[in-house]
Design a protein around this ligand. Structure first.
Ligand code: ZN
Length: 233
């Protein structure tokens, strides 16, 4: 399955492209690109610090819990997520983080003595912008910004899982951001049954086998209850 911001929305984490989405009020070019960071690292860090505070105060919702349970219940249940918030992991799931983690940082200039990236759970971060403990230069969030490539190993694992799955779920994402969106198209070509769960129609809606227009937490809780009932029958 591929999950996006809609899975965390019931936890109070704002989405990006919905009606109330962050990209309606903020410019992605300023806040989520290498160029924006080069122009104003403090502004970018204020935005990430604000989001870290929101996420730290939030809890995983029914959608995260159901998916974590399915991963224990079904064999080879892969969750690839576009979310950087870590809520899947807090619910006990093991996920492929396509866009990195808001709870990891890296040296902006990747100085020789620093690891590739590392955990950082400070909330709030002071002072802003934070500096690299290895070289004193700027730290950056270890997330994938617009214009940056995904981690090849992580994407290869997601692609492999998509190629060999029987059922592919697209949950809470407008399925627009490439190359993540190509995962379900790949799964469909390989013969998978594709189910979409999203509150509104998306570019994928006409091409999937089933499109469920609903909030992720409600839809997944209902499907989970139906699976339990079928197992008991
Ligand atoms: Zn450094």
């Amino acid at each position: 399955m591929l999950t996006g911001a809609g899975v965390s929305a019931p936890s109070g984490i704002p989405t990006f492209r919905g009606d109330e989405g962050l990209w309606r009020r903020h410019r992605a070019e300023d806040l989520a690109t290498p160029e924006g960071f080069a122009r104003d690292p403090r502004l970018v860090w204020e935005w990430y610090d604000w989001r870290r505070g929101l996420i730290a105060a939030a809890e995983p919702n029914a959608a995260h819990h159901v998916l974590a349970r399915w991963q224990r219940r079904f064999q080879r249940c892969t969750i690839a997520t576009q979310n950087v918030d870590g809520l899947h992991e807090r619910a006990g799931a093991d996920v492929l983080r396509l866009h990195g983690s808001i709870w990891r940082v890296a040296c902006h200039r990747r100085c020789a003595s620093s690891p590739r990236d590392w955990e950082d759970h400070r909330v709030p971060i002071e002072p802003l912008p934070p500096s690299c403990p290895y070289c004193g230069g700027l730290l950056r969030p270890a997330v994938v910004w617009f214009g940056e490539p995904l981690d090849t190993d992580v994407f290869a694992q997601a692609y492999e899982a998509a190629a060999s799955c029987e059922v592919f779920l697209i949950i809470g994402t407008s399925a627009q951001v490439q190359p993540a969106a190509s995962l379900w198209e790949h799964a469909r070509r390989a013969g998978a049954f594709v189910i979409e769960i999203n509150p509104t129609r998306t570019v994928a809606s006409d091409d999937v086998d089933v499109s469920i227009q609903a909030d992720a937490a409600h839809a997944l809780a209902s499907i989970d209850a139906a699976l339990d009932a079928a197992a008991d029958a």
